[in-house]
Ligand binder design. Sequence first.
Ligand code: GDP
Ligand code: MG
Length: 170
Amino acid sequence: GHSNINAKLVLLGDMGAGKSSLVLRFVKGQFLEFQESTIGAAFFSQTLAVNDATVKFEIWDTAGQERYHSLAPMYYRGAAAAIIVYDMTNAGSFARAKKWVQELQKQGNPNMVMALAGNKVDLEEKRSVSAEEARSYAEENGLFFMETSAKTATNVNDIFYEIAKRLPRA
Ligand code: GDP
Ligand code: MG
């Protein structure tokens, strides 16, 4: 049958990785070169139809700065899904993405669907994290992996769609 699913989804990752831009692209189809940094967290919702279900995503876009770290559990607690975002031109942001994955593995919902997004793939000439490295890390840790661009829209709807397909059906 057809199910209607409400799914809390949280975006985590370094400040500047492109979390807000991915959400803006997914929810409004827009991109801003000078996206303002998020203070605390921002909430959005968007509905997506997959084959057998209609999924209403309740999206928490977190700030990413260290000084807001203590707030993060409020957003990932009870979340059905998480997108951990790094900037593929910035190796430090990949290292911090791994820290988020560790934290979710320890403290998050054990059935959480987790996606790793290597964002800014439009900046291929500035790449500093290889797709192979990120993919094997994701496989070892039970995440699925996509390289995305909020700027060109590459794989943005796709990553939400893949999450929707993986959510447990009611
Ligand atoms: P957040 O701190 O993780 O929410 O990151 P933002 O969404 O605020 O993005 C930080 C900066 O990176 C902004 O200037 C964005 O315009 C830029 N940005 C975000 N996504 C992309 C992308 O896919 N490609 C490029 N070239 N720039 C991006
Ligand atoms: Mg932001």
